[in-house]
Design a protein around this ligand. Structure first.
Ligand code: FAD
Ligand code: NAI
Length: 466
């Protein structure tokens, strides 16, 4: 007899584990199946957490090297990469174990193994010793996430040809690192290795970095990264990558068809991620995929098969941990008869470089193309007293408001702590705030967030400090 559950989640990433906990909180007998051996998915194991750990540690290293300019003499600053990596691994272990603890606390049954469909209510679990077990469930939620995309004919070896996973675990600093793709991963990992001493070259086939970001913000972002020493080859394609022992030769082709050959110690391919829809036996039970091989769902996260749902990176929308979590909670509540909901207009994005880039809502380009009449308020951190006082005055806050209603519909920031400050704007937008609401809210002085208030004042052309 197979064990019976009311709900089973396949995949223990931020979408899956949060969903499983919420289902259990709502009283359903719940299980979660995860194949990688630890919980937390891409995010905790090889994504958000290890990358943010290395971003923080490499930034500290870089800052420490420049302390003497600030009157702090500490002698020679040396890198101990092995120790730095251990520190990163410690953070990952604590957090992944933490999720296991939360499963126990909430009575979620945890199966280690690969889950695949035997029928629409039966899941086969194959563990690492190839032992099989079948469980049944009334509701099944697919949250199997995504994986890095390879370039045609170029296989990841995680030593010279790297995906983000390899780039998070190098055991020496590459003298020269080529990065293909100027998106989130390329720019975060490029910052890490550049700060630790690599000569970094980013090859991007578009004429701008971070596609989809507000253009003015992405232009400013690129200027700042260039100043930090990152080299950009824009409107340039990778023609070929030759993996030579412990090194690579990358042929690039610019828009004028000029070929250049770049030698390097490692190449990071960060050209996007693809959904994990193989190995699940989806076709046999009739689950439909879209043109990008993501699982098709309706607004209630229902797939084409009754009682089977999907959330997170494996469905449409931004591939972000907090988006996956929100969907996990929403689907658990919908399954339990509540009215779960995700507001896709108010999902923040943050790039954890230095300075950080954070955004929410519509870009100026989107607003224009949708024919919305709008006003913009902008305030530079150079005019913010806290930013000046601590020498972190790059960037700005930009607020876009509807012309007639004054409702805030987009916010874009570059600056220290932007990733934390964007939460204020998420709340404001959830409550339908106008720029005047923000402008009339008292912000503590001296703080970076005063720049938000000033940008809001500037929507009405009445900023005080610029
Ligand atoms: P995943 O986290 O991918 O989890 C899916 C899990 O399902 C995996 O653990 C996988 O092993 C398991 N699985 C797959 N198939 C099966 C199967 N058949 N049976 C059992 N288990 C299976 N997002 C942010 O919001 N902020 C960030 O700072 C950020 N940084 C990132 C940095 C990097 C380097 C990367 C690669 C990603 C980053 N992301 C970030 C994106 C974020 O990690 C993902 O959006 C998020 O993890 C998606 O959650 P998920 O639950 O949908 O999928
Ligand atoms: P991405 O989609 O962010 O960026 C890919 C970049 O590669 C784009 O600029 C694209 O134009 C370019 N590109 C594609 N093919 C190319 C080619 N052949 N040659 C040159 N350039 C090419 O993808 P990335 O960086 O791999 O990250 C995947 C996802 O992971 C992100 O979209 C994001 O959802 C998530 N992530 C989020 C982070 C965060 O929230 N801070 C950090 C890291 C990842």
């Amino acid at each position: 007899m197979s064990e019976k559950f009311q709900a089973v989640v396949i995949g223990g990433g931020p979408g899956g584990y949060v969903c499983a906990i919420r289902l259990a909180q709502l009283g359903l007998k719940t299980a979660c199946i995860e194949s990688r051996g630890t919980l937390g998915g891409t995010c905790l194991n090889v994504g958000c957490i290890p990358s943010k750990s290395l971003l923080n540690l490499s930034e500290n290293f870089h800052k420490a090297k420049n302390f003497s300019n600030l009157g702090i003499e500490i002698g020679e600053v040396k890198l101990n990469l092995q120790k730095m990596m251990k520190n990163k691994e410690k953070a990952v272990t604590i957090l992944t174990k933490g999720v296991e603890f939360l499963f126990k606390k909430n009575k979620v049954t945890y199966f280690k193994g690969i889950g695949s469909f035997k029928s629409s209510d039966e899941i086969l679990i194959t563990d690492q010793n190839k032992e099989e077990k079948t469980i049944t469930s009334e509701k099944i939620i697919i949250s199997t996430g995504s994986q890095p995309v390879e370039l045609p004919g170029v296989k990841f070896d995680e030593k010279v040809i790297l995906s983000s996973t390899g780039a998070l675990s190098l055991n020496s600093v590459p003298k020269k690192l080529i990065i293909v793709g100027a998106g989130y991963i390329g720019l975060e990992m490029g910052s890490v290795w550049s700060r630790l001493g690599s000569e970094v070259h980013v090859v991007e086939f578009l004429d701008h970095i971070t596609p989809g970001m507000d253009k003015e913000t992405s232009n400013e972002f690129m200027k700042i990264l260039k100043k930090q020493g990152i080299n950009f080859h824009m409107e340039t394609k990778v023609d070929s990558i030759k993996n030579i022992k412990n090194a690579a030769e990358v042929q690039i082709l610019d828009k004028n068809k000029k070929k250049t050959s770049l030698d390097c110690d490692a190449v990071l391919i960060s050209v996007g991620r693809k959904p994990n829809t193989e190995n699940l036996n989806l076709k046999s039970i009739g689950i439909l995929l879209d043109e990008k091989k993501r699982i098709k769902v309706n607004k209630n996260f229902e797939t084409s098969v009754k009682n089977i749902y999907a959330i997170g990176d494996v469905i449409q929308g931004p591939m972000l941990a907090h988006k996956a979590e929100e969907e996990g909670i929403a689907v658990a509540e919908l399954i339990s008869g509540q009215s779960g909901h995700v507001n896709y207009d108010v999902i923040p994005g943050v790039i954890y470089t230095s300075p950080e880039v954070a955004f929410i809502g519509k870009t100026e380009e989107q607003v224009k193309s949708e024919g919305i009449k709008y006003k913009v308020g902008k305030f530079p951190f150079i005019a913010n007293s806290r930013a000046k006082a601590i020498n972190e005055s790059e960037g700005f806050v930009k607020i876009i408001a509807e012309e007639n209603s004054d409702k805030v519909i987009g916010v874009h920031m570059i600056g220290s702590h932007a990733g934390e400050m964007i939460a204020e704007m998420a709340i404001a937008m959830e409550f339908g705030a106008s720029s005047e609401d923000i402008a009339r809210t008292c912000h503590a002085h001296p703080t970076f967030s005063e720049a938000i208030k000033e940008a809001a004042l500037s929507v009405d052309k009445r900023a005080i400090h610029s």
